[in-house]
Design a protein around this ligand. Sequence first.
Ligand code: ZN
Length: 257
Amino acid sequence: MAWLVVSVSLIVIWVASLCKIFFGATSSSRATILDDGKNPQKKNVMFVIAHPDDESMFFSPTINYLTSNVYNLHILCLSTGNADGMGNIRKNELHQACAVLKVPLQQLKVLDHPNLQDGFGQVWNHDLLTEIIEEEVTKHDIHTIITFDNYGVSGHCNHRDVHRGVLTFLLTNSGRHIKAWELVSLNIFRKYCGPVDIWLSILSAKKHPSNVIIINEQPWKSFKAMAQHLSQWVWFRKLFVSFSSYTYTNTLNRIIP
Ligand SMILES: [Zn+2]
């Protein structure tokens, strides 16, 4: 009997959370990010990621939010994700995911640098990352960068190096006043509680008022974007995308170097 009560309660919470997404989503980000957005020259935002699929698996709530508020999005992907020798395929899949996420292809850059290869044993040099980020920021007049935090959601060393590369860039370019935000890594319970994490995000935002909560009003679009990464679209990733709270909400924290 107890298990029935628990199961029904879980279903009710899950459905209520989905209703919150579809009928009552309010992202606390509006004031914080849009204050710059009123200035048309400050709408150039660049996502700095490590591998093709990071954008769909982790950052899609923020990407959806910014594209629907007519921000000008760029994606800098620092590797082709060639750990299994499928770099070229994965690069094409990222092109298709960007089409779903409405990021123009000419604003996507995927690097295939010999010193920035996908893999757990690969250490990415922070000065090299800084140099690349600096070049892209200048070229596209970027005002805001969004990237991983120090843990990098999954703890992948490439994600963590990307964070440190952005941090080094900010430290060496402090005079340029580039804003940067990191995607907050969640604990294992929150990571897999799907849309239910919306409530926990809202609660935790009360404790950390400077954090920005972005609720994904189009989670199906995230699912469709991830499905473009066909080489990665295996059963456990389908489960991940369905149950991961990163499909439904993003918590961003301002990086103050
Ligand atoms: Zn990754």
